[in-house]
Design a protein around this ligand. Structure first.
Ligand code: CA
Length: 502
């Protein structure tokens, strides 16, 4: 019989499998006093009515009666803590820098110079200002891959940054800055090594000057299809520009770099009851180690963290960071309200049956991916971080939108946890998959990079998997292919456009 305690401060632990009354718990030295369903909480100490229930190191609520050590704590026994209003959030200075991070403090990346993150891949990125060019761009990119790229063996690939934005949109609308910033930052992604290449149609609303600086707009970097003489000339023009870029990209070499040149993101999708027990806390541990060694690590998914936002404020250390947190979360609240939606985060009957007592506990399962580090900065969707360490990027939780939005914020690798399984990936960066339980890992061995299932069965600790993941992240950042990358899997760049379409 096994229980998992996530954080050393926790006074409850989670049953890995259903436990029968009277069973002795390995490693804890007591027997349970009642039947406990799988995924549910067991008291690790006697509690008095009104005492706090601590899981993930935070208060889930207070018990509404006395509880004995070994007793099952279900959702009816916990009174919800008041969820503080955004306006009352204050910096709590409770973030903890991981005390003994691994000795390995470098990776092999493509340096982009002073003050810029390094690339983890050496790619030609061909961007566009408008979806209208997509058909031509796809054919041109395929031709480049087949006929030109083989001459430049140091370049890993060609990525056509095809997105749904650019025309037929309210380009001056209040929230249009979000898709525009996303496109601009995608063009300048660290994996493209500063070789800018943007294909426009010629009559779109998203003009070059909205996504490039004046210095960058010249015949070496931008191309207008309406100036070409038919399809064949369009493709030939794109290929000519691409070859010049490939010649320069081919000169790039990996060098040993400190981790302050590395920026990694995470998200979860297709989660299950083990996500908050195994995979997500392991990502949190690896991220704590990366942050302690100077790297930048990013977590997101506003609707999944909304009900634990006061615990994010607790890990901020300045008013400035908390103000930005309030601004971005407040924006999202309004965005949902405008659409007549709410965050619907109250646990479903299925969540409760799976052991999630309340909305705070559910949010903390997602937030577990962020570990315990101080939050150095909060950024808006597609915005670039200016600080190192742990960053909260306020993106939607939708996998297919969170991915490109973190990409626009410059991440050069993403760690993705899943318990149900999803083949999600991106073409521009390696995406690594971590499974929450071993059955999934064994069913999809060609899609997963890391298995956190050992935590569930008791053969591994969160620290073990966190360290394995840390090393795997540095291996993949240094050039080892992730499973999804080796298969050539990638999803579309569904960038977020909260502004009207006209
Ligand atoms: Ca997600």
């Amino acid at each position: 019989m096994r229980l998992i305690r996530i954080s050393s401060e926790d006074n409850v632990a989670i049953a890995v499998t259903a436990i029968e009354k009277g069973s002795v718990i390995d490693g804890f030295g007591f027997s349970v006093l009642s039947d406990v369903p799988q995924g549910h909480k067991v008291a690790l100490e006697d509690m008095r009515k009104g005492d706090k229930v601590i899981r993930y190191g935070v208060e889930l609520g207070t018990v509404n009666r006395d509880v004995q050590k070994g007793e099952w704590i279900n959702e009816k026994m916990i009174d919800l803590p008041l969820s503080p209003a955004l306006s009352s959030l204050r910096p709590g200075n409770k973030g903890v820098v991981y005390p003994n991070p691994p000795e390995r403090k470098t990776f092999l990346g493509y340096d982009n110079g002073e003050g810029r993150y390094a690339g983890t891949r050496n790619l030609l990125g061909i961007a566009t200002t408008v979806q209208c060019t997509a058909g031509v761009l796809r054919i041109a990119a395929e031709k480049i891959r087949k006929e030109i790229l083989p001459k430049y063996p140091n370049v890993d690939g060609v990525s056509a940054l095809i997105h749904p934005y650019g025309c037929g949109v309210a380009i001056n609308a209040t929230d249009a800055y979000i898709p525009i910033r996303n496109v601009s930052n995608l063009i300048h992604h660290p994996n493209f090594g500063g070789e800018l290449m943007v294909v426009g149609l010629g009559c779109e609303k998203l003009t070059f000057d909205r996504v490039l600086t004046p210095d960058e707009i010249n015949d070496n970097n931008v191309l207008v299809l309406q100036k070409c003489h038919g399809f064949a000339d369009m493709v030939a023009s794109i290929c000519r520009m691409a070859e010049k870029k490939l010649q320069r990209l081919n000169e790039r070499k990996r060098t040993e770099l400190p981790l302050d040149k590395l920026i990694v993101g995470t998200q979860c999708g297709g989660s299950d009851a083990f996500s908050g027990i195994s995979a997500n806390p392991s990502i949190g541990r690896a991220f704590d180690m990366l942050a302690a060694n100077g790297a930048t690590v990013m977590f997101s998914e506003v609707t999944e963290v909304r009900d634990g936002v006061h615990f994010l404020a607790d890990r901020c250390s300045s008013e400035e960071v908390v103000e930005k947190l309030k601004k971005e979360i407040g924006w999202y609240d309004e965005y949902l309200a405008k659409g007549g939606a709410d965050r619907s985060a109250n646990p479903t009957p299925g969540n409760k049956a799976g052991g999630l007592s309340n909305i705070v506990e559910k949010a903390m399962g997602s937030i577990a991916k962020s570990g315990h580090s101080p939050i150095a900065e909060v950024i808006g969707p597609g915005e670039l971080p200016t600080k190192h360490g742990l960053i909260f990027a306020a993106t939607p939780a939708s996998d297919i939108v969170c991915g490109p939005t973190q990409l626009a914020s410059g991440i050069t690798l993403q760690v993705f946890s899943t318990g149900r399984g999803t083949p999600y990936s991106l073409a521009e960066i390696p995406v690594m998959k971590i499974s929450t339980h071993s059955e999934l890992f064994e069913m999809w061995p060609d899609l997963f990079d890391v298995d956190a299932g050992g935590i569930v069965t008791g053969t591994k600790s969160i620290d073990d998997v966190g360290r394995d993941l840390y090393n795997m992240i540095l291996d993949v950042a240094s050039g080892k292919k992730s499973k999804a990358e080796a298969l050539g899997l990638y999803n579309d760049l569904v960038i977020d456009n909260p502004a009207p379409i006209t």
